[in-house]
Design a protein around this ligand. Structure first.
Ligand SMILES: *Cc1c(COP(=O)(O)O)cnc(C)c1O
Length: 355
């Protein structure tokens, strides 16, 4: 038996930890922000037919450029977008990886406003990109002047914004995005993984005239399709050309492309669950505030709540009662995903016991 220390691992990876949201098999899992509603049966039927059809041609490589899927994603996004302005990959995490490989990497830097989605930093480091943390205000908001000042100070090659922000739920005013695009010397990536839950307008409307702006989306959250792994972005067609230099040939399997196309055809039905999820989110916020807890306003399908002297202890006590929430490593705080009513009830009951 040998350990990591015995391997000729890259020096900059030594001592690092893999992404690690615990996958614990308990009755109530409210820790990774998925849509709690399973895909509708009509979607499952169409997806099965599409996958069976794709299976008959699996001896051949898939469409390397996923042309049909990208056109369907562009149609879903609207804003007059076409397939040439859309790129797709295995989850938006792979989209983020493509962006960092093309526009950052060794000798370059990426900046994010923390606390935010930890995977931005994780993939930045994995691609050899120098990571710069700038900070949100005490209430987790991000103001245009503060954001622009951090960018002017550090001159990063790539800036991550996240709206609504994970793990705080905070949405960005598009004016902040516009100010960041104005100040940034390089690429600006707005991670809109939770856009379908948000009342704030999308940064998509800023794309015309801003060839260094990228908006990333995913089918993992509102779209109830996390297991399929499909993320995408919208940007100037030149950005898509750049990403094709770093993507692996045939990165998106024929099965994934067929499944995602089938899911998009049922978008309306799937997204009808969003209103129900938001109702449960608002019920959780009200109940948590009734317990005299602090709750950050959320534009997403999760809420950050606290503050606890020892959030690890509360996390464990909830888990002992069969409820898995997320300790995002923010001292005093925990994050909980809006589930179905039965799951939210179980969470609130367990939490009242713990307190
Ligand atoms: C969940 C999440 C993603 C999604 O990643 P996928 O790889 O598409 O599943 C991206 N960004 C943020 C902020 C997220 O919370």
């Amino acid at each position: 038996m040998s350990g990591l220390e015995d391997l000729p691992l890259r020096d900059d990876l030594r001592g690092r930890s893999p992404y690690g949201a615990p996958q614990v098999d308990v009755p109530v899992r409210l820790n990774t922000n998925e849509n709690p509603y399973a895909p509708p049966p009509a979607l499952v039927d169409d997806l099965t037919t599409a996958v069976v059809s794709a299976a008959t041609a699996l001896n051949r490589y898939p469409d390397r450029d996923a042309v049909a899927l990208r056109a369907a994603l562009a149609a879903y996004l609207g804003h007059g977008l076409t397939g040439a302005q859309v790129w797709a990959a295995n989850g938006s995490n792979e989209i983020i990886q493509h962006l960092l490989m093309a526009f950052a990497g060794p000798g370059r830097s990426a900046l994010g406003f923390v606390p935010s989605y930890s995977v931005h930093e994780l993939i930045a480091r994995a691609t050899g990109t120098r990571w710069i943390s700038a900070y949100r205000a005490e209430d987790f908001s991000l103001q245009a002047e503060a954001a622009a000042a951090a960018i002017t100070e550090h001159r990063p090659d790539l800036v991550f914004l996240c709206s609504p922000n994970n793990p705080t739920g905070t949405a960005l005013d598009p004016a902040v995005v516009a100010a960041v695009v104005e100040a940034a010397p390089g690429m600006v990536v707005v991670d809109e993984a939770y856009a379908e839950f948000s009342a704030q307008p999308s940064a998509l409307h800023l794309l015309p005239g801003h060839p260094r702006l990228v908006v990333t989306r995913t089918m993992s959250k509102a779209f109830a399709f996390a297991g399929a792994r499909l993320g995408y972005l919208a940007a100037d067609p030149a950005v898509v050309d750049a990403l094709q230099l770093v993507r692996l040939p045939y990165h998106l399997s024929a099965l994934t492309q067929a499944a995602a196309l089938a899911a998009l055809a049922h978008a309306e039905e799937t997204l009808a669950t969003v209103a129900r999820v938001m109702q449960e989110r608002d019920r959780m916020i009200a109940a948590l505030r009734d317990l005299d807890l602090e709750v950050v306003d959320s534009d997403a399908n999760f809420v950050l709540f606290g503050r606890f002297d020892d959030q690890e202890k509360v996390w464990q006590a909830l888990l002992d009662r069969g409820v898995l929430v997320r300790d995002v490593g923010l001292p005093g705080w925990l994050r909980v995903t809006a589930g179905v009513p039965r799951e939210v009830d179980a969470f609130l009951t367990a939490l009242r016991e713990v307190l």
